[in-house]
Every structure is written in C-alpha cells, then in structure tokens.
Design a protein around this ligand. Structure first.
Ligand code: ADP
Length: 270
C-alpha cells in the first residue's frame, strides 16, 4: 500500500507535524483495480511495438538507396516484431489461464523430464552469456496436470534467471521431493529483488526496470503466467531474494500418490 507522508506546518508556532495517510484499500479492491488496469495496460504495451514497426517500415521506405541504413532498420524491425509476437503469445496464454473454465488436460507428468527439456531450451541464451546451468536432483513421483503449461512455467523461471544474471555466472536448477511435494528451485547470481518488490513482480506487466526488461526481450507477463500455472496445479511459488545476493524461485507442486495411502500426498492448503 502506498502510504503518504504529509508535513503540516502550523504557522505562528513554527511547529511541524507529520500526518500519515494510510492506504486502506482492501486487497480485493486492489485486485479489481489491477484487473481493470489490464485492458489499459495491454493496449499501451501493444502500441509500443506496433508504433515502432510502422515507423521502421516508413524509415526503410525512405532509406531505399542507403543499404547500410536499410539493413539497420530491418534488424530493428525484426526485433520489434519478435517482441510483438512474444507479447501477443503471453497475453493469450495469460487470458487462457485466467478463464474459469481452464480444465487441466489431466495427465501424469514426469517433472524430471519437463525440467530437463526446459533447461535444454534455454541452452542457447545461457551460452551467449557464458552462464552455466547446473542441474541437480530428481524425483520418483509424477505430477498431475498439463505438461505444456508446466513446461512454460519452468522455462519462464529459467529464462528470467538467465536474462537478469550477469555474464559468467551460474544458474542452479534443483529438483527434490519434500513433505509429499515436488519442489523445483531456480537460483541465480543476478541483482536480486528488494523486499518491497517481491510481491509486485508477480503482477501483470510489473517490471522493476521497464527499460531493462524491454531490452532483454521481457514482456512483463512471465511471472504472472508462472504464478497462474502453479496455482492451477494446486501448488505455490515462493521467492527468496536479497539485493546483491541473487534470487531463488521455488515452486512446490502436489505429486501423484502411487501408494494409495494418505501420507504420500499432501495437497497444499489455502
Ligand atoms: P519480464 O518479462 O519483464 O522479465 P516477468 O513477469 O518475468 O517479466 O518479471 C517481472 C519483473 O521481475 C522483471 O521485469 C524483473 O524486474 C523482475 N525479475 C524477474 N525475475 C528476476 C530475476 N531472476 N532476478 C531479478 N529480477 C527478476
């Protein structure tokens, strides 16, 4: 909540009082406001690459004789259209996830396998920054759910870890079983996230540094998608981070109970 501090000076006495105005909007009102902002945000976010694309097309047209300029504008045109495509894809994914009728395809998913593929698909961007992805652990129980969505979620977390990390660092990806849950953690040696930002980064289009996020190809929707996927699977996501000390995102998912006894399945509450 955005608290406001107002200084009030009582003139003749010269004394200064501090008036604290607390933001008492409830969480529900805040959520509703966030949802209403979504449409406005989507239009705003789409306008940026769409506008850039039409300007670049015009520039290419105007620079027809200048081969170097044409090549430069064309490269930027590709970049902007890739951004637009990523944005549209994320928006569709997110609205699909938010529909109340999202029925999980409901298959047994081998999370070892999903994680290995998610790591594999992030190999190239990691190599480009000389980032080592160190993978450890495995589980012997399946998760019940939608393989593609789980893949998207894990890919997004690894993708973020790579994008926000400096070169020549390590991203750790760990898998283990704990308290009847499957636990996936992604740790990076990036800039870390300040305590007051840690909840907000899961909101749609929220970025700590919009310019940097755009530069690295971010849409501002990645973590929002991860959060929804995890919630749809009855799991939870937590974050440990401190500025300057990297971040660890941990996803916990209920696992399929193969024994038929209660003790091996412990669905999350609340
Ligand atoms: P984006 O597409 O901008 O990466 P996300 O929803 O994935 O959007 O993340 C929201 C914001 O959270 C990012 O813009 C970034 O500021 C911050 N963030 C996400 N992951 C990390 C990370 N591993 N380290 C530091 N900051 C991160």
């Amino acid at each position: 909540a955005a608290n406001m501090v107002v200084h009030v000076r009582i003139a003749p006495l010269g004394e200064e009082y501090i008036l604290l105005l607390a933001d008492d909007r409830t969480e529900i009102t805040r959520t509703a406001a966030v949802r209403n902002d979504f449409v406005a945000n989507v239009s705003h976010e789409l306008k940026t690459p769409v506008g850039a694309i039409s300007l670049l097309a015009e520039a290419i047209d105007g620079a027809a004789d200048d081969e170097v300029a044409v090549r430069r504008f064309t490269t930027r045109l590709y970049k902007e259209s890739a951004r637009l495509a990523a944005l549209v894809q994320d928006i569709i994914e997110l609205s699909r996830l938010q529909g109340t009728d999202v029925v999980l395809a409901g298959e047994r998913v081998d999370i070892n396998d999903v994680l290995a593929e998610a790591v594999d698909r992030n190999k190239l961007p990691a190599e480009e920054k000389n980032i080592k992805i160190s993978v450890g652990g495995n589980v012997d129980h399946d998760v019940f759910g939608d393989r593609d969505l789980l893949m998207t979620a894990l890919r997004n977390l690894i993708d973020n870890a790579i994008r926000y990390s400096p070169e020549d660092t390590t991203v750790g990806v760990g898998l283990r079983q704990r308290d009847g849950l499957v636990q996936v953690s992604v740790t990076d040696q990036g800039p870390g996230i300040a305590p007051d930002e840690q909840d907000r980064i899961f909101e749609r289009f929220y970025r700590i540094d919009a310019a940097r996020s755009r530069h690295t190809g971010g849409t501002g929707l990645g973590l929002s998608i991860v959060k929804h996927v995890v919630a749809n699977h009855g799991g939870e996501i937590t974050l440990w981070s401190q500025p300057g000390q990297g971040s660890t995102f941990t996803v916990r998912l209920p696992m399929v109970d193969d024994t038929g006894t209660e003790e091996n399945s412990a669905p999350l509450r609340g």
